[in-house]
Design a protein around this ligand. Structure first.
Ligand code: 5RP
Length: 223
C-alpha cells in the first residue's frame, strides 16, 4: 500500500467519537480525510475544520460535517492531522509545499494535538533541504523578497504552470526560500515574521506531538 495512505489511515485511529478535528492539506492528508470520511459513514460523530479550500471541498464531498472557524473557541480543536515537507528529530517541521501554510498554522496553533503524517522521505536530520515557503502579501512583494534575500533566503517567487504568481487561498504569494541548513528554526521563524510583508512562514517549531511515518514495506512507525 502507498506509504502515505498507510500513515494517513494509521493516524486516523487517534480520532475519537465527538472530536473536532483539523484536516490538513496535501497528498498524505488526502488519505486522512478519506479515512475520516469512512469513519463518518460508519456513524462516528466527528466535526472538522479544513486547512485549505482543497481539503474543504474533499471533506464536503465525503459528507464530513464542517464547522465554521468563527464558531469554535480559541484552542478548541481536539486533534489536527496534517502532512509535512520535512520533519527533524525534534519534530520541528517545514510545511507549505502545497501553499496552505498560513491556514495550517492557524489550525495547528488552535489544536490541542498536532499529529503529522508522512512517508519516510520527509524525515531529515536538520531542516533546510526543502525550500522554506514564506507567504507574502502581493503589495510590494519584490521589496519583501529583497528583505528575504538580505537575510540569506535566496527567495524564488512560486509560479503556476502558466508562469503566473501562485496565489494562496488567502490571496497572497509564496516566496520559496533556500537558507541552506537551518540550525536554529525557532529563531528563523521569528525573524521571518518580523519582516513587513511577510504574513507567515512554513517553520512549525515545537508544535507537533508525534509523527506517523508510512514505509515502503507496509509498516508504520510512530514517534
Ligand atoms: C501543504 C503542506 C503539506 O502538508 C506538505 O506540503 C506535505 O504534502 P504531501 O503530503 O503532499 O507531501 O504543508 O501546505
Amino acid at each position: 500500500m502507498d506509504p502515505k495512505r498507510r500513515a494517513g489511515e494509521e493516524a486516523v485511529k487517534l480520532v475519537e467519537d465527538g472530536m473536532l478535528v483539523g484536516l490538513g492539506t496535501g497528498s498524505t492528508a488526502y488519505w486522512v480525510i478519506m479515512e475520516i470520511g469512512n469513519c463518518v459513514k460508519a456513524g462516528l460523530n466527528i466535526t472538522a475544520v479544513p486547512t485549505s479550500i482543497r481539503s474543504e471541498e474533499l471533506a464536503r464531498s465525503l459528507g464530513i460535517p464542517l464547522i465554521p472557524l468563527d464558531d469554535i473557541p480559541t484552542g478548541g480543536i481536539d486533534l489536527t492531522i496534517d502532512g509535512a515537507d520535512e520533519a527533524d528529530g525534534d519534530l520541528n517541521l517545514i510545511k507549505g509545499g502545497g501553499g496552505a501554510l498560513l491556514r495550517e498554522k492557524i489550525i495547528a496553533s488552535n489544536s490541542k494535538r498536532l499529529v503529522i503524517v508522512a512517508d519516510a522521505s520527509k524525515e531529515v536530520k536538520t531542516l533546510g533541504q526543502f525550500p522554506l515557503p514564506v507567504e507574502i502579501v502581493p503589495f510590494g512583494f519584490k521589496l519583501t523578497m529583497g528583505r528575504l534575500e538580505a537575510i540569506g533566503g535566496h527567495p524564488a517567487l512560486r509560479l503556476t504552470e502558466g508562469d503566473e504568481p501562485f496565489v494562496t487561498d488567502n490571496g497572497n504569494y509564496i516566496a520559496d526560500c533556500r537558507f541552506g541548513v537551518i540550525e536554529d528554526a525557532a529563531a528563523l521563524e521569528k525573524t521571518l515574521n518580523l519582516i513587513p510583508g511577510v504574513v507567515e512562514n512554513g517553520l512549525f517549531v515545537g508544535m507537533a506531538e508525534r509523527i506517523v511515518v508510512g514505509r515502503e514495506d507496509g509498516n508504520v512507525s510512530v514517534r
